[in-house]
Design a protein around this ligand. Structure first.
Ligand code: SF4
Length: 425
């Protein structure tokens, strides 16, 4: 256990792997970033950030230079006179939303996304969403959530977005599986095929591809998280009567099989059938991984806390590719959701929750890892010091779940090592 000059740390022994909780300076992106992948997923949704020019720049640069005839996100800029309380921000917001919806008849679902500035002026976006929903119903549903950077990480934006959808899901107590978390369409289609092959017909996904395809929820719903950062959404679903399935996440051949098996068990399908039905896909994934093993086995990897994917990634890299995690940092650790993952980590590996940046940088230097997984802010200075880095945000943007993507996921880690070797030649 260690504590930096400004940080605090204590050991939490409640899990299979001991978790060190740290508090101190952090280096993370805010939840607005989630808009980048969510707007691609829900094809008739629009994300209106109510924020500053900084927020607009962040979303634009996170999205890369994307030229759309009809973009599906924008920022309603809070000007200085709004911040000074000189203008009625609600009136202005109503004007912006009305103009947007008059111009864009394709929008079925509008998210008002809160930011640091909207929180500073205490703009009540849930009230605004209710008021505007009443005006534009039934053509457009208007919801709100916060992507503010204060005390959040970038994947929490998706959690807040999906949690805001849960109260709007229709009620239905019949038996069904709900897969929760934005997956690339190609991955979602593969998962759907696996469930169908297992005879599990009643399967829905949240978020849906279209706003009108919202899944129902009730006491017969078992939900299965596809992403590890959805604590608030899981809580909201539980409050609607649904039951959570606790499983490792579908990264790698092993993770995908364990994830499908847990779903099958909950739905009354023989878990052993999963191995029979998915055997060929599992074998293909194992073969794809084998070609990356010589490059990755024995390589030491250090995770800074950023995406909340760190623990499942470390489990996959250590068990299926022989990498050696020296520290696994994660911004938040949901003890219950992560229990099966923690149980599969190599014995004695250091898991830290939260961040005290300075002391973590010291530990990273001491560990001398072959690769560091971190946010964009840390990657450049570390690369300048000769450290090979992998951007954690890339792992959220790229389809990495499921059997067919296992090889691609391994390649994402092999690539920076290959590049570094080439540079060294
Ligand atoms: Fe906007 Fe706050 Fe995110 Fe900065 S941290 S981009 S001010 S929401």
């Amino acid at each position: 256990m260690s504590a930096g000059a400004t940080g605090l740390a204590h050991v939490d022994g409640g899990c299979a792997a001991p978790v060190v909780v740290e508090r101190g300076q952090r280096a993370v992106f805010c939840g607005l970033t989630g808009i980048v992948w969510l707007h691609r997923k829900i094809q008739d949704a629009f994300f209106l950030v109510v924020g500053s020019r900084t927020c607009a720049h962040l979303v634009q640069s996170a999205a890369g230079v994307m030229i759309f005839a009809e973009p599906r996100f924008a920022t309603a800029i809070i000007e200085e006179r709004d911040l000074a309380g000189l203008a009625d921000a609600h009136e202005e917001l109503d004007r912006v939303v009305t103009r947007l919806l008059e111009r864009r008849s394709d929008i079925r679902l509008l998210f008002l996304v809160g930011s640091c500035p909207s929180e500073v002026i205490k703009l009540d976006l849930s009230r605004a969403a209710q008021r505007l929903s009443a005006r534009f119903a039934p053509d457009v549903r208007i919801l709100s959530y916060s992507g503010s950077g204060i005390e959040t990480t970038f994947t929490q934006g998706e959690d807040a977005c999906l949690a805001s959808l849960v109260p709007t899901l229709p009620h239905d107590d019949s038996k069904q599986l709900l897969v929760v978390g934005a997956l690339a369409d190609v991955v979602e289609d593969q998962m759907r095929r696996h469930f169908e092959a297992l005879g599990m017909g009643n399967v829905a996904f949240l978020p849906p591809r279209r706003a009108r395809q919202l899944a129902s929820v009730g006491s017969g719903t078992h939900f299965l998280l596809a992403q590890p950062f959805l604590a608030d959404t899981a809580r909201a679903l539980t409050e609607r009567g649904a039951q959570g399935i606790i499983a490792p996440f579908p990264l790698g051949a092993e993770g995908t099989t364990l994830w499908l098996e847990a779903a099958a068990r909950a739905m009354g399908v023989d878990a052993a059938l999963v191995r029979t039905v998915t055997g060929p896909a599992h074998d293909r994934a194992t073969r794809a991984l084998a070609s990356f093993k010589p490059m990755l086995a024995g390589k030491r990897i250090f995770f800074f806390p950023d995406s909340q994917l760190e623990v499942p990634l470390a489990r996959f890299l250590s068990r299926e590719l022989g990498m050696v995690p020296t520290e696994i940092g994660t911004p938040f650790l949901h003890r219950q959701h992560m229990a099966p993952e923690l149980a599969l980590l190599p014995e004695g590996v250091r898991v830290t929750e939260g961040q005290d940046l300075e002391s973590q940088l010291v530990r990273c230097r001491e560990a001398r890892p072959d690769m560091v997984v971190c946010g964009l802010g840390l990657a450049n200075p570390l690369e300048a010091q000769g450290v090979t880095t992998k951007w954690s945000i890339e792992l959220v943007f790229t389809p990495i779940q499921g059997y067919e993507q296992a090889g691609d996921l391994a390649e994402l880690f092999a690539r920076p090592l290959v590049r570094r070797t080439r540079l060294a030649v």
